[in-house]
Design a protein around this ligand. Structure first.
Ligand SMILES: Nc1ncnc2c1ncn2[C@@H]1O[C@H](COP(=O)(O)OP(=O)(O)OP(=O)(O)O)[C@@H](O)[C@H]1O
Ligand SMILES: [Mg+2]
Length: 281
């Protein structure tokens, strides 16, 4: 069991895509995955096939009592035969934007309400993935106070390394306050295309964070956009490119969570990353 927050204050880089790709890859292996959608845009919720949910994460965040997220958990509405098991999800709603405003005036629980809501719940799952909104506001801070590990998602675009540095700095600031958690799990470079611009910025990221950039990167594939738009896992789409995209997410799941074999419970690459992340970036 582990709680991983997928973060970047920059919008549209692929946080939700990587969250759902990893959730599908783990579910394909029969792992029990819980996706917590913290973003008022609710893209992970709709990507998992859930529309118009009444019981959404804002209820638990306002309730502020231990384990209150449990009653909001439901199964993804993906085709039952597409994966070995279906991921579970705590849906979001636009009401989360109002929650963020209310947190500002809470002098006691502004930062760790999500951690409180998740108390005793994460133990029921092999992995919990938190999809964060594109900001460094209190919702992302709550995710980082609840997570064991932060994974930064970025794209190979102009100045993305600067944005990555900004979130890494904040991960370390929170880790100092929490006695070392969350650990920095690495940087996923998403939407790798063949353009010269992509190659240039991808190399810039690899040069600046040689120990942190995770392999593999996720390639640009139309099948990914199409799966998201149809609220389906890649496993249920039959478009060319879906197989390559599934392979990227499966290999990335190996890097982050181990291949599922007992001796791989912790992938060696991740241990190395931990050491380098504490060496002080
Ligand atoms: N590897 C990829 N190949 C093709 N399309 C992609 C890829 N990754 C993401 N996309 C598309 O790019 C768009 C933005 O991705 P996504 O919603 O995952 O980003 P995000 O970081 O979660 O955005 P936000 O910050 O708004 O939450 C989506 O339409 C998604 O389908
Ligand atoms: Mg998103």
């Amino acid at each position: 069991m582990g709680i991983t927050a997928l973060v970047n204050q920059k919008g549209g880089v692929g946080k939700t895509t990587v969250t759902l790709g990893l959730a599908a890859a783990l579910s394909e292996r029969g792992k029990a995955v819980l996706v917590v959608d913290l973003d008022p845009q609710s893209n992970a919720t709709t990507g998992l096939g859930i529309f118009g949910a009444e019981h959404t994460v804002d209820i638990a965040m306002l309730d502020d009592s231990p384990g209150s997220i449990r009653s909001l958990i439901r199964e993804a509405e993906w085709p039952r035969d597409s994966l070995e098991v279906l991921p579970s999800v705590v849906p979001s709603s636009p009401k989360m934007a109002a929650v963020e405003h209310q947190l500002v005036s809470d002098v006691v629980g502004a930062q760790d309400r999500l951690a409180v809501c998740l108390e005793g719940v994460a133990e029921d799952f092999d992995e919990v993935l938190i999809d964060c909104p594109p900001s460094l506001g209190l919702l992302t801070v709550n995710a980082l106070f609840a997570a064991d590990r932060a994974v930064v998602v970025t794209e190979p675009a102009a100045w993305s390394a600067d944005g990555v540095q900004q979130i890494i700095t904040n991960v370390h600031r929170i880790a100092r306050r929490r006695g070392g958690s969350p650990e920095l799990g690495g940087v996923v470079v998403n939407r790798i295309g063949r353009t010269r611009d992509n190659t240039y910025w991808n190399e810039a990221l690899a040069e600046r964070y040689p120990e942190l950039v995770l392999t593999p990167s996720v390639r640009l594939r139309a099948a990914i956009t199409e799966a998201a738009a149809s609220s389906l896992p890649l496993q249920a789409t039959h478009r060319s490119g879906a197989i390559e995209a599934m392979a990227d997410f499966s290999d990335l799941a190996d890097t982050l969570f181990g291949s599922g074999r007992v001796e791989d419970a912790e992938a060696p690459g991740v241990e190395r990353l931990r050491e380098s992340s504490h060496a002080g970036l």
